[in-house]
Ligand binder design. Sequence first.
Ligand code: ZN
Length: 310
Amino acid sequence: MIIKHRNEPNVLIIMRLLNARRYRLSANEKNYLSNLEKGWKGEKKFDECQNTFSNDWIILNDLLLEHHNNVFQIDTLLINENLHLFEVKNYEGDFYIEDDKWFTLSGAEVKNPLFQLKRSESLLRRLQQSLGFNYSIQAHLIFINPSFFLYKAPLDLPIIFPSQINRMINELNMNLSKSKDKHLQFAKHLFSIQLKESPLHFLPKYSYNQLKKGIYCAICYTFINSCNKSILVCPKCGHKEKVESAILRSIKEHTILFPKRKITINAVQEWCKIIESKKTIRRILSKHFILKNHGKSSYYEYPSENSASE
Ligand SMILES: [Zn+2]
């Protein structure tokens, strides 16, 4: 049973928005964004396999934990009589190993992903001991992309290739304990001590003025030039969206990028740029938000704390 699902990482959402709004990402930042997208796709793909895990497994996805100031992240953790920790990689193409080093076929050295796996395993072991648990832990490095190949991989590495995932799950599903109390207690413990914001991620120091204003197509990110009816049509891909939904989507973005900026009719008009009618904006804001104050100092708030981040 999955007790924690994976959410799209905030850093990915923000980087994607910055890119869409023409923030000038450096080559490194672009690379970072593309790695985040790739990693996220890989993890989603692994999640699709998760319904074949026995219901006796307690599954926690995307845990961000800390032990003695060492932050570590676990892509997926399975809990039963023992723990299985998974690190998912969406590598593509051919790689080879020489001693402890990993290379692409063109000879460029890449980080050895087994170091990260070992570090997480060791930190999790010490963390659980400090919480009074003593599970044995097995760590696995999953390569999820079928176009990945690793030459000269020693047999004893904890690596699972795409064609082995189903077999691994079948094996893991055997001989499981039905009693869950202790394991649930452990899972809840981990759940409660999770970190909220990852200090491992970096974001460019963007500002409001650096971003392009307007409404862009939700499918292809092309900016829409004008709005004359209640439907917006993308000039590039033809995607249609109701003005109301496009404005709400843009306000949500505004809140994610600038949580401290207040939502006002003027702010929304400036941010969306192509909505000429203040009346339309007021109508939509009154319908979906709560008006605070009156007159010049009035602004709108999301009805509940969570709705902005859904
Ligand atoms: Zn489009």
